[in-house]
Design a protein around this ligand. Structure first.
Ligand code: CA
Length: 238
């Protein structure tokens, strides 16, 4: 089988790990399991995986630490699967560079929908990136922001802004549709690949506030990434 996608589960509760692996394989993916953080990080960086499912509370190295370290070298989709449902954990998870967050107890249907969406998105990006002979995309300039679609980077007044994959995807999408407001449900569909039944709109809010901290002079009074009351978010054409 040449193109079976491979998922790494890092989960110290053996019965949860077993059920996860069983269901992932049933969906047609390959699945490896690590039962502690150190082994998980090692496998994640040495192996070649299409998606990581990380628990947070793990022996030796927690899920946040794994995520942070993996993100230094890889844009592999990462989903936290955890019993901790406090908002600060959710925010911390996304800040360390995770793509999403699923809280236990979760439905398998929901989890697999997210897994599929994240794998599909990242596979689509790889294919797009490999296309030859397509015209070079010009950078998009909005005020002091410049979005370089060849380098997948964003600069403000010439300074590189450190963005996660999702931050970049969201800015690019809004920049390509500058001045148009999108609802959080629409953004979940476009950027995360979820239909609105499965997504959690707070994920969009957390991502927006994270981006504002990076690109706005005063995140409380944004000049670029704006809120349109009663609608959602848009990038202001300055
Ligand atoms: Ca645990």
């Amino acid at each position: 089988m040449e193109d079976r996608k491979k998922i790494l589960v890092v989960e110290d509760e053996k019965n949860i790990a077993t059920v996860l692996a069983y269901n992932i394989k049933k969906e047609g993916y390959d699945c490896d399991v690590a039962y502690d953080g150190e082994t998980g990080l090692h496998m994640a960086t040495e192996g070649s995986y299409d998606l990581l499912l990380l628990d947070i509370m793990l022996p030796r190295l927690n899920g946040f630490e794994i995520c942070e370290q993996v993100r230094r070298t890889s844009q592999v989709p990462i989903i936290f699967v955890t019993a901790r449902e406090e908002e600060k954990d959710r925010i911390l998870g996304l800040e360390t560079g995770a793509d999403d967050y699923v809280t236990k107890p979760f439905s398998f249907k929901e989890l697999m929908a997210r897994v599929r969406a994240n794998i599909r998105r990242s596979a689509g990006e790889v294919i797009r990136g490999k296309e030859e002979g397509t015209p070079r995309a010009e950078p998009i300039r909005i005020g002091e922001l410049e979005i370089d679609r060849e380098r997948y980077s964003v600069t403000k007044a010439g300074e590189i802004i450190d963005l996660s994959k999702k931050d970049y995807d969201l800015i690019l999408f809004l920049a390509e549709n500058v001045g148009t407001a999108f609802t959080r449900e629409e953004l979940l569909g476009r950027i995360w690949g979820y239909d609105d039944y499965y997504g959690d709109i707070r994920t969009v809010d957390v991502t927006v506030s994270r981006i504002r901290k990076k690109i706005e002079k005063d995140p409380a009074r944004p000049e670029y990434l704006m809120t349109k009351r009663g609608v959602g978010y848009f990038l202001c054409d300055r």
